[in-house]
Design a protein around this ligand. Structure first.
Ligand code: MG
Length: 249
């Protein structure tokens, strides 16, 4: 083939690639028609993942001394048999110390037998810096809107997979979070980013967080301190957590 024929062939190929590209469809927060993550069965649940030497252990199964409830009072959540359990209606709990950039390990299990549907089943959340929710939900045979799945950046970015284990089994999150940076005038210099492994599978891949978590609204940032407490949500479901530890980055 001559050089000119090759050039024509390449330009035709480029044109066909460009014309094949569809505009990226965007969806409003909590859109029910947004494509849902594929379900992938994770490896079987294992023993608790022990904290490395430089981790700050936030919950070792014995007490909630690292945590506070509403008005900084001692949390009303229950501690038994090596886990803590949400006391529905008692409110969220937050760490007594603040964190910025972190590697965070959390284990959770959802109530069995399951109760409710969609967002009402096994709902909690890991709120990084108290403002950025990594959703915790029972998604085992329980579909919901895409950006409300477990391991979603709630209301923003669905997880890459639905890696849910059945109710009552222990599940893991391993989260890498880089906090947002703000300019002196309070505007965003760099947004927060998050990577989440859910039961060993990549669910968020260095995802840009677009603002404070909100329900059914477009997220926006408001400036805040460099370190803020980590929060676990009370969404009126008796969720269990164990083996919570964090490494500051
Ligand atoms: Mg939640």
């Amino acid at each position: 083939m001559s050089a000119s024929r090759i050039a024509i062939a390449l330009s035709l190929l480029a044109t066909s690639i460009i014309s094949a590209q569809q505009p990226v469809k965007t969806y409003p927060p909590n859109a029910p028609d947004k494509p849902k993550p594929p379900t992938v069965t994770p490896a079987p649940a294992g023993a608790p993942v022990p904290a490395p030497a430089d981790a700050i252990v936030l919950f070792d199964g014995k007490d909630l001394s690292q945590w506070a409830g509403q008005d900084s009072a001692a949390p009303k959540w229950i501690v038994r048999d090596g886990y803590m359990e949400v006391m529905p209606g008692s409110g969220a709990i937050h760490t007594r110390r603040g964190f910025g950039d972190v590697q965070l390990h959390v284990e959770f299990s959802t109530p069995t037998p399951p109760k409710g549907e969609s967002q009402e089943r096994g709902n909690s959340g890991v709120f990084l810096m108290g403002h950025y929710e990594i959703q915790v939900l029972d998604n085992y045979d329980n579909p919901t809107y895409a950006d409300g799945y477990s391991a979603a950046v709630y209301g923003q970015t669905p997880p890459l997979v639905n890696a849910a284990r059945p109710p009552g089994q222990w599940q893991t999150y391993d989260i890498v979070f880089h906090r947002p940076h703000f300019k002196a005038d309070g505007s965003v210099e760099t947004p927060a980013r998050v990577t989440v492994f859910w039961n060993g599978m990549l669910a968020q891949d260095n995802t840009v967080i677009t603002g404070w978590t909100v329900h059914n609204q477009v997220a926006r940032y408001r400036s805040h301190e460099d370190k803020l407490p980590l929060t676990l949500q009370d969404h009126e479901n008796a969720m269990r957590f164990r083996n919570v530890w964090v490494r500051e980055l």
